[in-house]
Design a protein around this ligand. Structure first.
Ligand code: SPD
Length: 277
């Protein structure tokens, strides 16, 4: 048994008891699989919690579904990062989807997830899914004007993921989207990572015409309050009456009609951060 702490800042963190720990060293990072009494299995990359069996559905549903719903008919979807497969699983809940590409830089994350997190990675072998072990940046350069929805399921903006939070990267994302294309990215906590949150928003706004921010409550992520930024040049993403009837068809546990109806309702302090960005 050990106690594991993710340090959210120098002064605060999340501490969990783990009955069992597996440690794997990949080419890119240290991967931990913790068996915790409260959250079930927990995946940790370089000391940062990525997902847990108990609350993963909140993050994966909220990352995938708003963009998938707002697109008139998403057929080709790209997930960048997200080697655990949770986002791919959610994307496949949409009937129009014909092809899902997952671009993950670290093959070991996929291997570990298939071994220890079967309920999250269960759809990685679906015939519609193709997994590419590549760097997201160079992957996009080879695929212009192709995807309907691009989802950035990145880790926090340190190390290999830092580049995924920059304007140059969002420009590549934009040129890989085809007509009606939508992108969405996880953009950190407005409470504890205001700098990254605000920067991601302002970089995305420099590239796309329509940009919106929404939140979800994820207990194992810093502060619990987590942000997502969605953007498109074609779709008026702020119009949440779009395709609303499709929400009811989804089998989900967090994302639902009433969440969609007020997707962009933001606390005043978050609105203020965005105004200043
Ligand atoms: N602070 C954790 C942010 C992690 C976001 N990505 C998680 C990947 C899960 N599919």
């Amino acid at each position: 048994m050990i106690w594991f702490t993710e340090y959210w800042t120098d002064n605060v963190g999340l501490t969990v008891k783990a009955d069992e720990v597996k440690k794997i060293r990949s080419k890119y990072q240290e991967i931990l699989v913790l068996d915790t009494p409260e959250f079930g299995k927990m995946l940790v990359l370089d000391g940062l919690v990525q997902t847990t069996e108990k609350d993963e559905f909140i993050y994966h549903e909220m990352l995938a579904h708003p963009a998938m719903i707002m697109h008139p008919e998403p057929e080709r979807v790209l997930v960048i990062g997200g080697g655990d497969g949770g986002t791919v699983r959610e994307v496949l809940k949409h009937k129009s989807v014909k092809e899902v590409h997952l671009c993950e830089i670290d093959e070991e994350v996929v291997i570990v997830s298939e071994k220890y997190f079967p309920s999250i990675s269960e759809k990685l072998r679906d015939p519609k899914v193709k997994v590419f072990i590549e760097d997201g940046n160079s992957f996009l350069e080879e695929r212009k004007d192709y995807y309907d929805v691009i989802i950035m399921d990145s880790s926090d903006p340190v190390g290999a993921s830092e580049v995924l939070f920059k304007k140059e990267f969002y420009e590549k994302v934009k040129s890989s989207l085809r007509k009606n294309g939508i992108m969405v990215a996880q953009t950190e906590s407005p409470v504890l990572q205001e700098k990254y949150f605000s920067k991601a928003f302002s970089e995305i706004r420099k590239v796309f015409k329509n940009v919106g921010v929404y939140l979800a409550f994820i207990p194992t992520y810093p502060s619990g309050m987590w942000s997502f930024t969605i953007a498109s040049d074609f779709v008026d993403i702020k119009d949440i009456s779009i395709n609303r009837e499709r929400v009811k068809e989804l089998k989900t546990k967090y994302f639902c009609d009433s969440i969609y109806a007020c997707l962009f309702a933001l606390p005043r302090f978050v609105q203020e951060i965005l105004k200043k960005s």
